[in-house]
Design a binder for this molecule. Structure first.
Ligand code: EPZ
Length: 432
């Protein structure tokens, strides 16, 4: 039960490097189940969610290891038990995306329904609808999804849209299952997130036949078998976005390495709109590969207010909503933030208000009236991105902020204090 002690206000200045994407790594790790043999994932961050997913794979029979060079090897030669246990899936909802690969590989699977979540109601009905349309028989027993496709899966035309638009892990689950189905599958209203595209690129490297990658219409021609992958995951755009806000909220200047601006256009557009400078850093002679490209984020004064509505990609990401609320709490003027993906994703509102932010919640919108300063206070982390917002607020607040339940942050940011302290933050991790 570590806590963070954060001294503020500070001004960040220097270079930070973005890690590989958590939300791309998790479904790619699941994809290893599709091909018997040893797959290797490069660049996966050292996060508790990655460890829990490794546990899930080990539990079904895979041999998973973090190599000395940081790569994760997953040997899926023997899948002894196609079961995603409650004790693991309840810790991490992404465990659900083992369902499609197990069904395609083993013709059957049992995966625990993911439980409740701090960011709101998160059903998996669309996942199940998609897999049923591939011919799977699916029942719920004792809190488990019991899926059967003894005669194999059959390609089909599937509409995967839901009440809030596309589903990221739902698309991943159905797309992975369809790679080994008989015939062709068309997924309409597929999620277009860069993490879904990264998974599709990895599957094609394994021998799958997927076209329309990055668009809402995916076409998957089923194949008889796939081969293990060796794959480098994309940079984490949400971590990159969080660092951009860190530069802005501290009126600082950060060089952010390993950041793909093309994955963050909606975010960069908002930052520039409120007066923050975001410049692409050319991949000069010093920079060997595009992946080493980055950007420079500079903010010299008080940001302007703006309105934000979260949307499926390429719209403004819900996973940066809380961080921007912390930033706009210090803006000159009133902003309105509307959460269209997870309407109840506002656990950070009460905690930021404890730091003297002026916030008024109206349904799935928050009116943010900019204040001159935030004031440090003891606050409680509740979920991954809400906690990141509290760290950012602590960097700008007057005094010492104490953040409890830091384990929420460790789920998505690898040792964030060791990344931010070298560029001017004063964050101490203490065990409570
Ligand atoms: C992924 O979750 C991410 N998680 C989330 O990031 C992210 O917030 C979310 O996509 C949206 O971008 C991972 O990739 C591991 P969805 P996912 O299915 O796939 C509704 C983080 O902070 N829905 O795209 O679970 C759902 O309730 C995490 O890193 C259904 O109604 O999200 C939501 O309102 C948090 N039925 C909307 O769709 C379904 O069967 C979008 O959810 C599935 C989803």
């Amino acid at each position: 039960m570590d806590v963070f002690r954060i001294e503020g206000p500070v001004r960040l200045s220097g270079t930070v490097t973005v890690n590989g994407s958590k939300n791309a790594s998790l479904p790619i790790m699941a994809a290893a189940v599709l091909a018997p043999g040893k797959s290797v994932l490069k660049g996966a961050p050292r996060l508790s969610d990655i460890s829990v997913f490794s546990q899930l794979l080990t539990d079904i029979g895979c041999k998973v290891a973090r190599e000395a060079n940081g790569n994760i090897s997953i040997d899926s030669t023997a899948i002894g038990k196609p079961v995603g246990e409650y004790d693991i899936v309840r810790k991490m909802r992404a465990g659900i995306c083992i369902l499609g690969p197990l069904l395609a590989r083993c013709g059957k699977a049992q995966v625990s329904m993911p439980g409740g979540c701090a960011i709101g109601y998160r059903p998996v009905d669309i996942h199940l609808r998609g897999l049923r349309e591939l011919g799977a028989e699916i029942n719920l027993e004792n809190g488990y999804i019991v899926a059967d496709a003894a005669r194999g899966l059959q390609g089909n035309e599937i509409f995967l849209g839901g009440p809030f638009g596309s589903t990221v892990l739902g698309t991943a689950n159905v797309m992975m299952a369809a790679t080994l189905a008989k015939g062709t599958t068309v997924i309409e209203s597929a999620a277009c997130e860069p993490e879904v595209a990264d998974l599709a690129n990895c599957l094609n490297k394994m021998g799958a036949k997927i076209t329309g990658i990055g668009s809402p219409r995916l076409v998957i021609e089923g194949v008889k078998q796939l081969r293990p992958f060796e794959y480098q995951v994309i940079p984490d755009r949400i971590e990159a976005g969080t660092f951009m806000v860190a530069a802005a909220i501290t009126k600082g200047c950060l060089h952010i390495n390993n950041c793909r601006l093309q994955d963050l256009m909606a975010v960069v557009d908002k930052l520039r709109h409120i007066g923050v400078t975001v410049e692409a850093e050319k991949s000069g002679p010093l920079r060997r590969e595009a992946s080493e490209a980055g950007c420079i984020v500079t903010c010299s004064g008080r940001v302007r207010s703006t309105d934000i509505t979260t949307q499926p990609y390429p719209g403004f990401p819900t996973d940066l909503q809380a961080q921007f609320m912390a930033l706009l709490a210090l803006a000159d003027g009133n902003s309105i933030i509307i959460e269209k993906i997870f309407p109840d994703r506002f656990m950070h509102v009460a905690e930021l208000s404890r730091m003297a932010a002026d916030l008024r919640k109206e349904g799935s919108a928050v009116i943010v009236s900019g204040v001159d300063k935030l004031i440090a206070a003891p606050v409680m982390a509740s979920d991954l991105r809400a906690s990141a917002a509290l760290v950012l607020a602590g960097l700008a607040a007057q005094g010492t902020t104490i953040i409890n339940r830091v384990y929420h942050i460790d789920r998505g940011y690898e040792k964030i204090e060791e990344r931010l302290n070298p560029v001017g933050a004063k964050i101490t991790r203490e065990s409570a």
